[in-house]
Design a protein around this ligand. Structure first.
Ligand SMILES: [Zn+2]
Length: 271
């Protein structure tokens, strides 16, 4: 006799916390301990480390180069009130499940002062992600020194969070219309975190649920984010991932981790 198992219902989507009011009010992390753990795991998994001092803090740049495949750049922690990016990069580096031939550059915490304070800006009140055209901050100067010592990347992924959003979304910078990874990224994230279906997100019109393809001309903007510098310096395709920080930290970290995994595996297949 064949016994039929009852059909399993899919788990309900993770619930919104409703704690964010006029800014991020969710879980905090111990950024210094997390960065120490990231360095330990990166060293164990064969990454090369470059460290620069910013006062009592350290800027850490990790790389795994010399492979035949595409060159992917990842960063997190440029806004200190967006902790999920650091957690996601810790988990990605720990799991070490990268495509074999992938080259990687990883900046796990670009604003160590802000990450310790839990503020968007650094200790001097500068939004580092508006400082890439004519840098005033030591953090961005050191970052550009490291970036400029390396050949351009094929794809960049910047991990962020948005305290106001109604789900996960991303920006795609792809002015040359290279094969887009936005669809596969959003489809994979949908399984772990709600997607923002709003027609307007962060003041911009979405082109599909969770997707913003901004029309930009960096030469017309004085306050470049990191992604504009990368675009203007040889990286033809960039993704800025925005996890919804009114959801629990593990959900947002998993969303960012899933998005990066999908992006690097698709890029490795298409390169
Ligand atoms: Zn941000």
């Amino acid at each position: 006799m064949i016994t039929m198992e009852p059909a399993l219902n899919p788990p309900p989507p993770p619930a919104r916390l409703g704690v964010n009011r006029a800014g991020y009010r969710g879980e905090r992390i111990d950024a210094a301990s997390l960065l120490k753990e990231i360095r330990f795991l990166a060293n164990r998994n064969g990454f090369t480390e470059h460290v620069s001092a910013v006062g009592v803090h350290e800027l850490v740049f990790l790389s795994r180069l010399g492979q035949p495949g595409p060159r992917c750049y990842l960063s997190a922690g440029i806004h200190g009130d967006e902790p999920a990016g650091l957690v996601a990069l810790r988990d990605l580096i720990r799991d070490n499940a990268w495509p074999d031939d992938l080259n990687l550059g990883i900046c796990p915490c670009l604003n160590p002062q802000g990450c310790e304070l839990g503020t968007r800006e650094n200790a001097a009140g500068l939004d580092l992600n508006r400082d890439y055209r004519s840098p005033r901050s030591i953090e961005v100067r050191l970052h550009l020194e490291w970036l400029s010592s390396l050949p351009p990347w094929n794809m960049s992924i910047c991990l962020h969070e948005d305290w106001e959003s109604h789900g996960f979304y991303l920006y795609e910078l792809n002015p040359g219309n290279l094969p887009s990874l936005a669809g596969p990224i959003l489809e994979s994230v949908r399984a772990v975190c709600p997607i923002d279906h709003s027609p307007w997100i962060d003041g911009k019109e979405s082109t599909a649920p969770g997707l913003i393809r901004p029309t930009i001309d960096p030469t017309q903007r004085p306050d470049w984010p990191e992604s504009f510098w990368l675009l203007q310096n040889g990286c033809p395709k960039g993704y800025t991932l925005e996890a919804p920080s009114d959801w629990p930290l593990p959900v947002r970290a998993k969303a960012l981790q899933t998005a990066v995994q999908t992006a690097v595996h698709c890029q490795a297949l298409r390169a």
